[in-house]
Design a protein around this ligand. Structure first.
Ligand SMILES: Cc1cc2nc3c(=O)[nH]c(=O)nc-3n(C[C@H](O)[C@H](O)[C@H](O)COP(=O)(O)OP(=O)(O)OC[C@H]3O[C@@H](n4cnc5c(N)ncnc54)[C@H](O)[C@@H]3O)c2cc1C
Ligand SMILES: NC(=O)c1ccc[n+]([C@@H]2O[C@H](COP(=O)([O-])OP(=O)(O)OC[C@H]3O[C@@H](n4cnc5c(N)ncnc54)[C@H](OP(=O)(O)O)[C@@H]3O)[C@@H](O)[C@H]2O)c1
Length: 301
């Protein structure tokens, strides 16, 4: 049935209005996708819902960034969501770009691509859209790279312990790839917690680094060893329990102290809070620009 016309409105005017609205919508849609300024080069699945994304910006207009900093990825609200994720209660605005921060995992000294290590939050706004992407598809990459979670405030003569759960490992991959010097007096260690052995991203690279660099130690721990198909011979339990077992004493020959070591924490917020407390018992203090300390923290959510 034809809609009732307002007085003075012709059918042609209605058709014209609807054409204008369509054009406006097309322009709007076009405008959003025009804003996408980077291409997904490669997606490496670590385990279902956990992946390494390599993204190439159309132009490298960023200032040099420091290892440990984060960029911002985005996709329009009308981008597809992956099949295995939850559906949205409210549809996202198709004309807006959903943006989230992601630590950069790639080295700050190469410009081939920018790498991110991302976990799918099935109920989330952006990650279900990121996990529907295929190589060659377009994303939005924020023009600025930011963050204070870097080695800048750690004096060169202090050792560095990098503690993470899940994708909290990402900024450390950038730090190691950019700033680890094999054989130097400065020691680095990565303590990484994940649910299963197959969720320990970058494990091969870290094992190789540990074999090649006597000043680098890598200790993974898994929280659900009972679910392993092959018995797990490594550490198990939460990272704070691993820390209490003084895991670096054997590899380093001494225990980290606040005088000689800075500790970085990234990942699950409850892990970060617990580790700050546990480290506090040994005299470590959270670092602030005006009140220098030895604990550096990145809060993901
Ligand atoms: C500085 C910074 C760096 C970050 N770097 C990374 C990174 O390298 N890799 C990465 O995967 N994420 C990272 N995040 C988290 C990321 O920005 C998003 O919050 C996350 O991807 C969820 O986005 P979403 O839109 O899918 O979920 P949203 O719709 O925003 O839902 C967010 C909710 O999901 C939960 N949530 C968010 N992140 C997680 C998570 N990792 N695990 C479990 N629950 C979570 C929280 O409850 C949060 O309130 C970082 C965040 C910050 C602030
Ligand atoms: N393969 C994946 O990792 C994967 C894939 C798809 C979706 N997801 C979803 O993505 C979200 C994030 O998963 P994630 O594994 O990256 O991060 P996470 O849930 O923070 O878990 C990372 C590790 O931290 C442990 N952990 C949890 N609470 C802790 C605490 N208070 N202190 C210390 N350690 C703690 C976890 O153990 P426990 O969980 O055993 O307690 C796990 O070993 C979750 O909602 C998850 O369901 C994950």
């Amino acid at each position: 049935m034809m809609p009732l016309l307002e007085p003075g409105t012709t059918r042609f005017a209605l058709a014209d209005r609807s054409r204008t609205a369509t054009r406006r919508n097309e322009n709007r849609g076009k405008h959003v996708s025009d804003a996408l300024n980077a291409t997904v080069m490669q997606i490496v699945e670590v385990s279902p819902g956990l992946a390494i994304f390599r993204v190439v910006p159309d132009e490298w207009t960023f200032d040099d960034f420091q290892a440990g900093q984060f960029g911002v990825l985005g996709l329009p609200g009308n981008a597809d969501r992956c099949a295995v994720c939850d559906s949205e209660d409210e549809p996202a605005d198709p004309e807006k770009i959903i943006k989230r921060a992601y630590s950069i995992a790639s080295s700050s000294v190469t410009r081939e691509f920018i790498e991110f290590y991302i976990v799918l939050v099935p109920s989330g706004r952006l990650t279900p859209r990121l996990f529907a992407l295929k190589p060659g598809e377009r994303v939005w990459l924020g023009p600025k790279i930011r963050g204070m979670f870097t080695l800048e405030d750690t004096p060169e003569d202090r050792h560095v312990v990098l503690v993470s759960t899940g994708t909290g490992l990402a900024p450390y991959m950038s730090m190691l790839r950019s700033q680890l010097t094999c054989g130097s007096r400065r020691r680095f260690a990565v303590l990484h917690g994940a649910r299963h052995s197959w969720d320990l991203g970058y494990r091969s690279e870290l094992m190789t680094l540990a074999r090649m660099c006597p000043n680098f130690t890598y200790i993974p721990t898994i929280s659900r060893p009972d679910e392993e198909p092959v018995p797990w011979a490594g550490e198990s339990g939460y990272i704070q329990d691993l820390w209490q077992r003084d895991p670096l004493k054997e590899g380093w020959g001494f225990s980290p102290t606040p005088e000689g070591t800075h500790v970085f924490l990234c990942g699950n917020p409850s892990m970060v809070e617990t580790m700050v407390e546990v480290l506090g018992e040994s005299g470590f203090r959270e670092h602030k620009r005006r009140e220098p300390g030895q604990i550096h923290v990145e809060r993901y959510w």
